[in-house]
Design a protein around this ligand. Structure first.
Ligand SMILES: Cc1cc2nc3c(=O)[nH]c(=O)nc-3n(C[C@H](O)[C@H](O)[C@H](O)COP(=O)(O)O)c2cc1C
Length: 166
């Protein structure tokens, strides 16, 4: 790839605003997690989503073996959790930020996230440096508030409504 295209792509992606999530799974009794914005709805029949995980991340190996994973959607004020799971902390120490509970499936989930989406890992594909995992949604927990922690242009942001009367 020529370097101009590569840097242009990175600059364009900085303008693709996304909700920050924490992906979590459990393997052999051990909890694993990673901050991710590469999360997309696939379809609603069956309810499914995809996540893109770099093979160099410590989360990749357990994610590739785990039968289930959870997508925890962060809210404004949870930037410290994003940082912990984005590389500033390692291993089990990541879970010292936030209140983490265990789902019926045994998956760690963040107690006060905007939403927790528990999936079975149903398929995966390699592309470039990443693996794309498809999750079939099994269970959802929703908090009352809609207050997404956004990531854009290399930093955190929050959304405001453009609807009439807002
Ligand atoms: C806001 C944000 C979004 C990120 N999104 C992704 C992503 O979608 N996929 C990915 O593989 N890494 C993503 N990362 C990087 C991983 O979180 C990071 O490489 C990983 O947590 C490093 O953990 P480790 O040191 O335990 O391997 C993101 C990081 C941040 C801060």
């Amino acid at each position: 790839m020529n370097s101009e295209l590569g840097s242009g792509f990175k600059l364009a992606m900085r303008r693709l605003t996304s909700t920050v999530t924490i992906l979590t799974c459990r393997l052999n009794g051990q909890r694993y997690g990673m901050t991710a914005t590469a999360v997309t709805s696939v379809c609603s029949d069956p309810p499914s989503l995809l996540v893109c995980v770099n093979r160099s991340a410590s989360f990749h190996a357990p994610m590739a073996e785990a039968t289930h994973f959870c997508v925890n959607l962060l809210k404004v004020g949870q930037q410290h959790i994003s940082s912990a799971f984005g590389g500033s902390k390692k291993g089990e120490e990541k879970f010292s930020e936030g209140v983490w509970l265990t789902s019926d499936e045994g998956i760690p989930y963040l107690a006060d996230a905007q939403a927790n989406i528990i999936c079975t890992s149903s398929n995966s594909f390699s592309f470039g440096t990443h693996t794309i995992f498809i999750g079939q949604v099994e269970n959802i927990m929703l908090a009352p508030e809609v207050s997404p922690l956004l990531y854009q242009d290399g930093g955190f942001a929050k959304a405001f409504s453009l609807s009439a009367g807002a």
